[in-house]
Structures are given as C-alpha cells and as structure tokens.
Write a protein that binds this ligand. Structure first.
Ligand code: C2O
Length: 488
C-alpha cells in the first residue's frame, strides 16, 4: 500500500466503527481488495494512468480515438464535440443532448458515471480496441501529482492529448499542490448527502479542474480536454473506494435518486438512458472495475508525515468516532436557529484573510451538547455563498478554523483544516463544508472558541513551489458574499 492508499484507508475507516490500529486497517484494505474479484469475461479494468506505459496500448488507443472522434462532425453524436457538449457547451446544436452535467446536486456522481460509461464505449469503437478501458488519473498528495506524461509530452498540437490552454506550470509537469488532490476529507464523510458527494465534488474534483485550467477550468469546455475523462474516472473510482470503506457508508435509496433518468448516446449514435439504480454497482451492471494499482509512488518532498500521523490519531479517537457516527441517523432540527454570519463580504487576495463569525447564544447552546444530544441537531456546516471570481483563477484557498492567534499559515494536515475553496462552476458559486470533524477535533484539543468562529482563507498556488503573491499580485481573486455557520 502506498502512502496515499494508506491515508485513504485510514481516513476511510475512521468513520464510526472505532477501528483503531493496524490489523483493522489491513482488514479494511483486504475487504476492498476482495470486493475487486478477478475480472470475469467481458469485464473492463480501468488502470491508474501513472502505472501505464506512456506509449503503451491503452494510451495509443485513446490517442487514436481522440483523433477519430475529433474528425467527426459536431452533428455526429459520437464526435468529440458532441460528447463534450453533453457535459457543456456555449453553442448547443438544436435537437442534440447538450448541457446536462450535474454539479452541486446529489446526481453529480451518478450522472458522471453514466457519462463516462457511454463515452468509454464510443472510444472503444472509435479506436477499434475492444479491450480499451479508460485509465484513471491516480493523483495522490504524497505521490504522483503532475499531469501524466502523455498529456503534456510532446507539447504540440500534433499530440491529441495535449491542451495548449492549460496552466503553463501544469503543462510543464509541475506537481499539483498536495491539498488539491487529497480525497481524505471526502472519504472520511459518513453520509452521501451530508457531505460525501459535495466534499468530493469540491476536492479533488473542482480543485483539479481549476488547477489544470484552460478547457478544464470551465464547465462549458471541460470535457474537451482529454484529461477530463481520466480525472472523472478517478472521481468515479473514489466513489467505489468510499462505499467499500463501509462504516455505514451507503448510496441514496430514495426514489428520485434511483429513478431519475438521464439521456446519452451510445456508440451507434442512438439515444439511450440510464438511472441511478442502473449504475449502483459498476462491476456488475456496467462491467468495469478499477485496478487498485500502486506504482511504487514515493512520498512527496516536504510532506509532513508527522502532522499526518497526529491528525490520523485524532481522527481515530473512538469517542469522537462514536459521536460522529450517530449523526447520520438523526432527523434534522425541526426549527433550526438562524445561521450566524460574518459581517459583510470577504475579499480574497494574495494574503491570508480572516472572517469572523459571532456565534449566537442559541447556536452556542446547541453546540454545548453537540453531537451527544440528538436534540442538538445533526448538521454543522460552514456555508460560503454568492462567491464571485474576478477573471481567471490563478490561486485557490485553503480554509482553516480558529487558527491560534498569530498563526497565519499552516499545512492542511493541521487539525484546524476545513477544506478548499475551489472556483469550478457557474458564478455566483456557493460551497458548503461539513464542520463536524473539525469542530470535534478542535473541541477535543481545547482549541475551539465558543464565541467567535474564525475562518482563515489561505491562498495557495495550483502547483507546488509557486508564490501566490507573484501569481496574483495585488489583484482580488474572489469575493465571498456571505460566510455563515449553520446548525440544522
Ligand atoms: Cu461535470 Cu468535472 O465536471
């Protein structure tokens, strides 16, 4: 198991069974592996692109398909343009399936799974390689994080996988900033709706989109970049990893989620549709699975292993786990108190900024017995609304809660870390963060402040080793219209 896998599984098993210690973690890993039984006939195996030969069969097949599909007219449903337009386009062709992507909704994961499934079938036909399976972009904070080689070398339009509009540092092979690619916070969520899907959609999903930039940075063009599909294969894989981590993690079972139907095109260009119920078990229903590849990734330079160990220990405290685990099964508050809000909008530039939220007496009263008393509610969230991005994003922000006075900077493995603010989507954006894990950690460390929630936005570059001040200068990157603390 490489470092990231270990962290994924550490974080993914901290969810409520109180699993502590190595044997349990190994069991958790084995359970995941066993679930991935050897492929029966007709099963397609999606591999980590970092483990593939950059000039091997899979990559060559994909290159060929991109070329073939790009040569088809946009009116052909199996063309590159038509496939990308299903996701988003500013020039929809009348009568065709366009602009259907699901973001910020609970259909985010299921819709993109369906989208990839038919795309992969179209690719198979286009390149004439019936064994083709979409590789996944297996970035990890402690290992490979650079744009995979075939997508940037050679850096020429003759390379169908190259995208000239991407951030220059990304195309130059600089590793993405570690917190952009860390799925740990998402995998640690226990409930699909609050907040696994949303957390994963933010990081790594949205953060990687914006970090790659170019087509990838905007919904209407994202699927034109060949790396889009590998990025989404990884997001799809992480959904599998989350489910396999158990501790009560489960997909939605309500009728709307299971039966809402979405349209796509198959490899013959025919209109087809799928529902949530059709894609719950990818291996059984869609005949593909993910290889738990490990290409001997090293630990990144400067990665704070000690901090990670400390955080892991905190996350695995059995009392905390038991408390958090009970939340998902509770009803929300019948009459939640009004949210506590920061005064006015928050302008984000190239220096860390702190927003202060005065916590109302009512919320404080509820928090005093949260989460042990069911009457204290089940959701505790930080909500950012009406986010406006100025120009193209050149940095993102890490969010920290109640940093000790004087501390302006830290690393995301700190117990104060809440999540990342990415800028993927149509403005005005809004983001919600599950505050429960951070709140429990800080309270246990006696670092939670009752009266005021201080939220620090720390600017970070998309790729390691760059300086936000140089990237952004004195410009404002974004304005967050409303910052609030909610208990529900
Ligand atoms: Cu629908 Cu990653 O975008």
């Amino acid at each position: 198991m490489n470092e990231m896998n270990r962290r994924e599984f550490v974080l993914a098993t901290v969810g409520g069974l109180g699993l502590v210690g190595t044997p349990q973690l190994i069991t958790a890993f084995r359970q995941t592996s066993d679930r991935l039984a050897p492929p029966p006939q007709g099963m397609h195996v999606r591999h980590d692109v970092y483990c593939l030969n950059p000039t091997g069969r899979e990559i060559r097949s994909y290159m060929k398909a991109v070329q073939v599909m790009r040569s088809r007219p946009a009116t052909d449903p199996t063309s590159w343009a038509a496939q990308a337009a299903i996701h988003g386009t500013t020039a929809p062709i009348a009568g065709m399936i366009t602009n259907r992507c699901q973001h910020g909704t609970r259909f985010f994961l299921s819709w993109h799974r369906m989208f990839l499934y038919y795309f992969e079938r179209i690719v198979r036909t286009a390149c004439g390689d019936p064994a083709f399976a979409l590789p996944y972009w297996g970035y990890t904070p402690t290992g490979h994080r650079a744009l995979p080689i075939p997508f940037r070398i050679p850096p020429s339009p003759a390379n169908p996988l190259y995208g000239a509009g991407r951030n220059a540092a990304v195309n130059a092979g600089h590793p993405l900033f570690p917190s952009i690619v860390d799925a740990g916070a998402a995998l640690a969520q226990l409930s699909f709706d609050s907040f696994f899907s949303l957390t994963l959609e933010g990081t790594p999903h949205g953060a990687v989109h914006v970090a790659v930039g170019g087509w990838m940075g905007l919904i209407p063009t994202a699927a034109q970049d060949p790396i889009f599909w590998l990025h989404h294969a990884n997001i799809d894989r992480l959904w599998d990893v989350w489910i396999a981590s158990d501790s009560g993690r489960a997909d939605p079972t309500d009728t709307p989620w299971l039966t809402t139907s979405y349209e796509f095109y198959d490899e013959t260009g025919a209109r087809v549709s799928l529902t949530g119920a059709d894609v719950l078990d990818a291996a059984r229903q869609l005949r593909y699975r993910y290889a738990p590849d490990d290409c001997g990734q090293g630990v990144a330079r400067g990665f704070d292993k000690l901090a990670l160990r400390r955080l892991t220990k905190l996350l695995m405290d059995p009392r905390m786990l038991a408390a958090e685990d009970s939340l998902g099964r509770r009803p929300p508050l019948a009459t939640p108190p009004p949210p506590a809000e920061a005064q006015g909008p928050v302008s984000l530039g190239s220096a860390p900024v702190e927003a202060r939220v005065e916590v109302s007496t009512e919320i404080r009263r509820l928090l005093a017995s949260f989460p042990t008393e069911a009457t204290a509610g089940r959701r505790l969230a930080v909500s950012l609304e009406n986010i406006r991005v100025e120009g193209q994003a050149s940095v993102f922000y890490e969010l920290y809660v109640d940093l000790p006075p004087g501390v302006k900077d830290t690393v995301y493995t700190s117990p104060h870390y809440l999540g990342n603010l990415d800028f993927f989507g149509e403005p005005p954006l809004q983001r919600r963060f599950n505050l429960v894990p951070t709140f429990l950690r800080l309270r246990q460390l006696k670092a939670w402040s009752d009266e005021t929630l201080r939220l620090t936005f720390v600017p970070r570059p998309f790729t390691e080793g760059e300086d936000p001040a140089k990237l952004l200068g004195t410009r404002t990157q974004a304005v967050v219209g409303r910052v609030s603390l909610r208990i529900e």
